[in-house]
Design a binder for this molecule. Sequence first.
Ligand code: ATP
Ligand code: MG
Length: 236
Amino acid sequence: MLNISGLCSSYGEAQVLHGVSLDVKAGEVVALLGRNGMGKTSLVRTVMGLGSPQKTSGEILMNGVSLEGLAPYKVSQQKIGYVPQGRRLFPSLSVLEHLSVLDKGSKAENSAWSIQQVFEAFPRLKERIHHKGNQLSGGERQMLAIGRSLMMGPSVLLMDEPTEGLDPVMVGYVENILKKLKESGLGILLVEQNLYSALAVADRVLIMETGALVWSGLPSELMNNEETLHKYLGVH
Ligand SMILES: Nc1ncnc2c1ncn2[C@@H]1O[C@H](COP(=O)(O)OP(=O)(O)OP(=O)(O)O)[C@@H](O)[C@H]1O
Ligand SMILES: [Mg+2]
């Protein structure tokens, strides 16, 4: 489904990604781990075509179609959803307003969620329907960010640290959502700092170090690999 090969990307003169290759298939969660500043967000931003950083070489294919030169809205039309780090929302828009801008009503494709489906999956959001972006808790903001991305009908979801700043109960809730999305056939590239959260939901794990992938394997392999945990993730 999503195939990235030899991807290099730069902020101006400064190269940030050095030949990254990875695939995400339908119904699989691929966790991308790595310490702060290693290039995880830069990778998802490059795939989305956000312009900064800028791809300099390599190839990104979605179901065989190249994303070369596509603007972000064109990338999302290729069924690639994006939940940004820090879950960008509008502070003065309500929950309903955030979702209404995306509701295509009867014109929606089958895969695109309706507002009703978002509220069924996240009942908490329905209770907060008229609360504004800046009145929501971290967990509620994350639900809204995920709900919004699903309304675009993605086949692959790029999620940048969805559990960042959440309390343990909310982390568990988000993990359950990811498992359900995976069961529904969605492919997920899950950027995480939270090792245990990634291990709980991932089918495969990749580790990034200064813009390159340096380790890949199964969650069970990583859990038993003290040297790798220590070297790349600072786990003691
Ligand atoms: N707008 C920018 N301009 C120039 N350099 C940047 C910019 N944003 C990030 N960088 C640099 O690119 C490198 C990778 O940053 P990136 O945000 O991709 O890391 P990350 O792995 O997502 O880190 P974190 O876990 O903290 O979110 C870092 O060295 C960072 O300083
Ligand atoms: Mg980041």
